[in-house]
Design a protein around this ligand. Structure first.
Ligand code: ZN
Length: 340
């Protein structure tokens, strides 16, 4: 073999190796890594017969973060295994939830997250489809929750419980609705009321009365029928955007609180992060403005003793079967996955 051919081969081999590596990297993306790590942990535990032991120590695996307006299928976001690799979990298990447990492990409270409840507009995009639960599906979900013996609470109840001031009923559940769209007041509130349940509605106070958003009258009527109204900022600000000054962020929070007070006489201590985005700076702003609890869009159940300003929720997707809905009532957070 002459030198030139040899060099050319070496170059080709290097190139092929690099391409293969790149392919592996592509296939094994962040989610897949977490996924495989979790699956492997479970296999090992099962093999050692440790799975039945009481969980003791926290493993902090970062759960995938989802934008509030994420694409459909997140957290149902199937992880594609690399070609030739066996799927990490049996196909009937939800790929995004490697740890499913029987519904309501003790002390864990599902906080359901909705956006729209009702009909889709003409030619909806994928995001809108994901954010819209049909009225029929919502009714099925509320009926199931009722049948399973859950008791709907408000976020203020949860606040009292987290602070040790209040007891909660057996099997508490919290329904939350982000953004204050008018369809949830038209379609979801009557169903909740029929079932003697309450819900918590996060209002973007600067958008109240605009097209598609409920007006102050509707909000007052909801308040009078036992619904809870909480802050979701004044203009749906992304608080992690560096373009915004601390003063502006503070005003978004303080003005939202003041609007609820001025229009509805509500002093809300509950906040819902727009897009689910948060950081230490906004947490401090919330504390400064007298907020006790804040909800993210991170997936999981709430437990007493958790960081009150970064509480997880369970997203309810526009296209979701009732079995998935039921299973999600009992799914633990990634962060709460424990092992010895
Ligand atoms: Zn929102």
């Amino acid at each position: 073999m002459n030198k030139r051919t040899k060099k050319a081969r070496q170059r080709r081999r290097k190139k092929n190796a690099a391409a293969a590596q790149a392919e592996t990297r592509t296939n094994l993306n962040g989610d897949a890594k977490i996924f495989i790590a979790v699956a492997a942990t479970f296999l090992v535990l099962a093999g050692l017969g440790l799975a039945k032991l009481k969980p003791q120590k926290k493993i902090l695996l970062s759960a995938p973060e989802f934008s509030e307006f994420n694409a459909p299928g997140t957290p149902p976001q199937p992880v594609q295994p690399a070609p030739g690799e066996p799927p990490p979990v049996p196909p009937q298990a939800p790929a995004q939830n490697p740890q499913t447990f029987p519904p309501t492990p003790s002390g864990a409270i599902p906080v359901l997250m909705y956006h729209h409840v009702g009909d889709l507009p003409v030619a909806p995009d994928a995001i809108r489809r994901d954010l819209t639960v049909s009225t029929a599906d919502f009714r099925r979900e509320v009926e199931l929750v009722d049948r399973l013996g859950y008791h709907a609470i408000t976020a203020a109840d949860l606040d009292g419980y987290m602070q040790g001031r209040e007891q909660l009923p057996q099997k508490p559940i919290l329904f939350t609705f982000d953004d204050g769209y008018d369809d949830v007041f038209q379609n979801a509130v009557p169903i909740l009321t029929e079932h003697h349940m309450t819900g918590s509605f996060a209002i973007i106070t600067g958008f109240v009365g605009q097209s598609g958003y409920a007006g102050w009258d509707s909000l007052a009527a909801a308040r009078d029928s036992g619904m809870e109204l909480v802050c979701h900022s004044e203009h749906h600000m992304d608080f992690t955007n560096r373009a915004y000054t601390p003063e502006l962020k503070n005003a978004e929070v303080a003005d939202c609180k003041k609007d609820l007070q001025d229009h509805l006489g509500i002093d809300s201590k509950i906040f819902v992060y727009p897009y689910g985005h948060f950081d230490a700076a906004i947490e401090q702003i919330l504390r400064n403005n007298g907020f006790d609890l804040a909800f993210t869009t991170q997936f999981g159940l709430v437990r007493k003793g958790e960081a009150e300003l970064v509480l997880p929720r369970v997203r309810v997707h526009g296209v979701e079967n009732i079995e998935t809905f039921q299973r999600n009532l009992g799914v633990r957070t990634f962060a709460a996955v424990t092992a010895k």
